[in-house]
Write a protein that binds this ligand. Structure first.
Ligand code: BGP
Length: 475
């Protein structure tokens, strides 16, 4: 039975900084993600242009408590198990393990926390899928050497990875080195803890920092395979194919270039070398991003085992974008597509775009894919009994799952699993709101931090449970 291969990893995804809270408990150090406030300064802080290296008075930081999963994880995992999850994607907060990033010894309390969490998953037969870095970086590293702008960060990251791979050997098999690695070009403080000085060439600095991440990712891949040959390492892209606004060849080329801005990262991580178009771009712009012969070697010898990605929407561009209207969409500028509806936050809804994106990635890399984020951020209004009848979310997911199944069954794309984003309501990365909800499970907490944190099942909970039980047959 089912529309997908046996063993398909159905599940859901979260990230530490958006759900755990307890930001000062268990010996955890301060991270960039703790310093991103709600409100109008959020975006300038995420972009690294408004420097915030301490918590400042007068700001609300939604990640400090989030949905307090740190203290609720047993209850939450039990609910995931009830839905029949085969897999749970979560991230480890780096500063729980190495509070400053460069500490000699790891923090045992942090290690124990995740060990208990993994054991809880394994108790229900849920396979953990672990993001090693989901945007977070210890602030002490930003202060000491500029975070990923410095090569020193590579050593800190590799040490952190060695600790994880050793400690969780036999419990965790699937790892992602960096969440949405291409986000560093768009929101560099949030994605990598980096800041800019007056007059600095920001783009060059971002590519240098990206190079350090790419080397670190290859070194982690090597280490993971050495420590346990069972380990499977994935890269992770904020994906969504760019369409050309018209069939004018100039527009088509503009769309190709936009896609390359993102493919660049996966080209390095999966093909094991810097693509020609990037080498030429660096030459043309006179950028020196410091690639050594040794870097090239480690990158070429340690490519990823699978390609994971988030997909919320397709994107649209043109050679003359100023002629058309734009809309928001996961930090990526995109034009308004007249054929598509959009969410309440302006993210355009395009299930067919998922099929197109899957085909583009599979054609390009010929490695198994893993959809590790997808979903609809929407306002949920509980009825008088506290129940959320989220038919709009079911509709969104149903259409995307159909497109995903077509990519697998009709186009022959190899797909390992599907973990929709925010399977339990959590803090929105782009806006800091609780109001932008993705979950099958409702959490009683609002934008200002009021609420009991009580968990309750939405209509989509039962629906998704049936999807999983029928392996994608009953939608
Ligand atoms: C991705 C991130 C997630 C997540 C998601 C939804 O970019 O990997 O952390 O938050 O987008 O975005 P938002 O929370 O802004 O709706």
């Amino acid at each position: 039975m089912g529309r997908l291969p046996e063993g398909f990893l159905w599940g859901g995804a979260t990230a530490a900084n958006q759900c755990e809270g307890a930001y000062q408990e268990g010996g955890r150090g301060l991270a960039n993600v703790d310093l991103i406030p709600a409100g109008e300064d959020r975006r300038p802080v995420m972009r690294g242009v408004r420097k915030m290296l301490e918590c400042e008075d007068g700001y609300y930081y939604p990640g400090h408590v989030a949905i307090d999963m740190y203290h609720h994880f047993k209850e939450d995992i039990a609910l995931f198990a009830e839905m029949g999850f085969k897999c749970y994607r979560l991230s480890i907060a780096w500063s729980r393990i190495y509070p400053n990033g460069f500490d000699e010894e790891p923090n045992e309390e942090g290690l124990r926390f995740y060990e208990e969490l993994f054991d809880e998953c394994l108790k229900y037969g849920i396979e953990p899928l672990v993001t090693i870095v989901h945007f977070d970086a210890p602030v002490a590293c930003t202060k000491k050497f500029g975070s990923w702008k410095s090569r020193e960060m590579i050593d800190c990251y590799v040490k952190y990875c060695r600790t994880l791979f050793t400690r969780y050997k036999g419990k965790v098999k699937y790892w992602l080195t960096f969440n949405e690695i291409n986000m560093i070009l768009h929101l560099p403080f949030m994605a990598a803890g980096i800041l800019f000085e007056e007059g600095e060439n920001e783009e060059e600095s971002k590519y240098r920092a990206a190079h350090h991440e790419l080397v670190a990712s290859a070194m982690a891949t090597k280490l993971a395979h050495e420590i346990d040959p069972e380990n499977k390492i994935g890269c992770m892209l904020a994906a969504g194919q760019y369409y050309a606004y018209t069939c004018d060849p100039q527009d088509v080329f503009a769309a190709m270039q936009k896609d390359r801005e993102s493919f660049f990262f996966i080209d390095v991580q999966s093909r094991g070398r810097y693509p020609e178009y990037a080498v030429k771009m660096f030459e043309r712009k006179g950028y020196d991003i410091g690639i050594t012969e040794e870097d090239k070697k480690v990158i070429s010898e340690n490519t990823v085992d699978f390609i994971s990605f988030s997909y919320y929407s397709s994107r649209l561009t043109s050679a003359t974008p100023e002629k058309y209207g734009s809309t928001s969409g996961n930090a990526f500028a995109t034009l308004k597509n007249p054929y598509l509806q959009a969410s309440e936050w302006g993210w355009q809804i395009d299930p067919m775009g998922l099929r197109i994106t899957m085909n583009a990635l599979y054609d390009r890399y010929q490695k198994p894919l893993f959809i590790v984020e997808n979903g609809l951020g929407a306002v949920d209004t509980p009825d008088e009994n506290g129940f959320v009848n989220d038919t709009y979310r079911i509709e969104y997911l149903r259409e995307h799952i159909k497109a995903m199944e077509q990519a697998v069954n009709e186009d022959g794309v190899l797909l390992i699993g599907y973990t929709p984003w925010g399977c339990i309501d959590l803090v929105s990365a782009s806006t800091g709101e609780m109001k932008k909800r993705y979950g099958f499970i409702y959490v009683d907490r609002d934008n200002e931090g009021n609420g009991t944190l009580k968990r309750s099942k939405k209509a989509s909970f039962e629906w998704y449970k049936n999807v999983i039980a029928s392996n994608g047959e009953i939608l």
